[in-house]
Design a protein around this ligand. Structure first.
Ligand code: FES
Length: 180
């Protein structure tokens, strides 16, 4: 019977039990929302044990390499130690794309956990396809769960800014990383 260590507690799950279901069944304080692999609010990181299998397209190769899993999409087959994503690296959702000019767009990203950053500090945004770029924070909500950046498109600019300007849609998922 797989043993799961999470938030200082130990949970026994059934072989092949859904990880999120097994944690919630035992009243673990695991975050979740859609239960469908869409919102990424159930994202956890494996710190010990083998990363269990899950639908591979739901996370980027970089996220998988770092040990991230989506609890709602994971069947447990062995012992695992898990942590929440750190506050320096949290999943987010693009909630607003507002063109300011022909070359600038203001974006809002909402994160599931408060993100410890200040206006003027730089963050890295990573798209679900693995494109990434670094921007200063230009706005921040009081609960620290919505941040704003202005993204400029220029000739020879980053593939991330080209993606934001041409393909990104509200609801798209991103990782938000605080730069040291
Ligand atoms: S709860 Fe939404 S992705 Fe798992």
């Amino acid at each position: 019977m797989p043993e799961i260590q999470f938030q200082g507690n130990r949970y026994s799950l059934d072989e092949n039990e859904n990880l999120l279901d097994g944690l919630l069944r035992q009243h673990a304080r695991a975050p979740y929302s859609c239960r469908a692999g869409v919102c990424h609010s159930c994202m956890l990181r494996v710190t010990a044990g083998c990363s269990p299998s899950e639908a591979p397209s739901l996370l980027t190769a970089e996220q998988i390499k770092k040990g991230y899993i989506l609890a709602c999409q994971t069947k447990v087959t062995g012992d695992l130690s898990l942590t929440l994503p750190t506050r320096d690296e949290v999943p987010g959702i693009l909630t607003e794309l507002e063109p300011i000019s022909s070359t600038e767009v203001a974006v809002k990203v909402s994160t599931r956990l408060p993100f410890d950053v200040s206006i003027g500090e730089h963050i890295t945004l990573v798209s679900n396809e693995g494109l990434e770029a670094r921007y200063p924070v230009t706005g921040l909500s009081e609960d620290l769960q919505t941040l704003e950046c202005t993204i400029t498109r220029s000739a020879g600019g980053s593939p991330f800014s080209a993606w934001i300007h041409s393909e990104a849609r509200t609801g798209d998922r991103l990782m938000v990383i605080k730069n040291g």
